[in-house]
Design a protein around this ligand. Sequence first.
Ligand SMILES: Cc1cc2nc3c(=O)[nH]c(=O)nc-3n(C[C@H](O)[C@H](O)[C@H](O)COP(=O)(O)OP(=O)(O)OC[C@H]3O[C@@H](n4cnc5c(N)ncnc54)[C@H](O)[C@@H]3O)c2cc1C
Length: 383
Amino acid sequence: MSKNIADVIIVGAGIAGNSAAYYCAKKGLKVIVLEEEMIGNGGSSRNGGGARVSGRDLREMPLAIYATQKIWPNLKDELGIDPEYRRKGYLVCGYNDTHKEGIKKRIKDAAKSGIEMFLIEGDDLKKINPYLSEHVTCAGWTPTDGVANPLTATLGFYKRAREMGVRFITGEKAVKINLYKGEARQVVTERGNIYEGGKIIVSAGYGGRSLINTVGLDLPLFKRLIEVIVTEPMPVMFHHMIGGMSGFYGHQTDHGSFVFGDSTGRENCMADVGGILSTSYNPSNICSHIGEDIPALKTAKIIRSWSGWVDMSNDGVPIIGNVPEVPNLVLDIGATGHGFCPGPAVGYTLAQLANNEKPDVDISKLAYERFDYAKKQPKYYFN
Ligand SMILES: Cc1cc2nc3c(=O)[nH]c(=O)nc-3n(C[C@H](O)[C@H](O)[C@H](O)COP(=O)(O)OP(=O)(O)OC[C@H]3O[C@@H](n4cnc5c(N)ncnc54)[C@H](O)[C@@H]3O)c2cc1C
């Protein structure tokens, strides 16, 4: 086989692309991964580490459940690195009756997927977290949710896939997909290199949109800049993940630092100004929520903050699966800001699709065809 020909070409080396590469290699497939920047450049190495099933849209629950039940708990042994997956529960705090109703809805949704989530009120709140302020009046508690380390997990898949023979090429931006007899066959890069594969997996976050435009497809996507902060290491306070119905979330890592993220409401308007405004407002917004909910952290020193773009799908869940109009093209785009937790299950599923297997996980509700315009599109046969 020529150097630039493989069974599978994967565009994007995030948690999904790296894990897809690993699971493809496990199946004996020859894989090339093209990454525009560096491994884990997207949200995959920058995120808050939340590995929760609760609070998700029912359509993507099967992936999150598969990841947290079948993959995350075994990853340390499987990859030979510690992704620091800890299943110590997730407490989502509410501050008023509207939040309480929202928590009840999450409890119902979780139950539909077989996940136990409980409404916690009054004195029971402090039994789960003695540091909570009076501002928190109710909470949803999901004992089976957890956290993991984005860097070790994403790079762990990369490292293991490389050891198994996957070829990763960084600084290689994919700009075009070439069809052959109507089927996806080649990926052309900005440097003019051509990579040919039996299957092409586009797992490139927002960057995937312009790439699939080159075969006449489009997706209702936009991008958002979100941010997390890290505190100095603190004495151990609690092990579970905490969040607010307002969007605030975080946890204490193994070495004592807290990682917290939040939304200001400005995120959807940041693309045009390069995120400058967002990064100046976000940390103070996150800190004010921490202070309100956990007063003992009011004086914790913030040692670092960083931001990352996320690919938002218009209807809140990713687009994952084959594309009937373009055989051999497999899509994974639009993780919508919560794709770290299901990421390994997405990679596992992409590898099954690349190998022409029926996926173990039900991804039927995440199909590209769910968008009306997709059904109305003509079939594209360019060459
Ligand atoms: C600050 C922050 C906090 C978050 N917190 C959480 C959380 O707590 N829990 C959770 O579940 N999720 C969280 N997320 C979201 C999560 O990180 C993402 O949804 C997930 O990592 C998406 O993974 P991915 O592999 O699909 O895409 P990405 O990680 O975005 O990877 C896509 C890769 O494709 C590359 N690429 C793009 N275009 C091209 C091209 N044309 N050619 C080649 N390569 C290309 C990019 O450089 C990138 O490396 C957070 C995200 C951020 C930014």
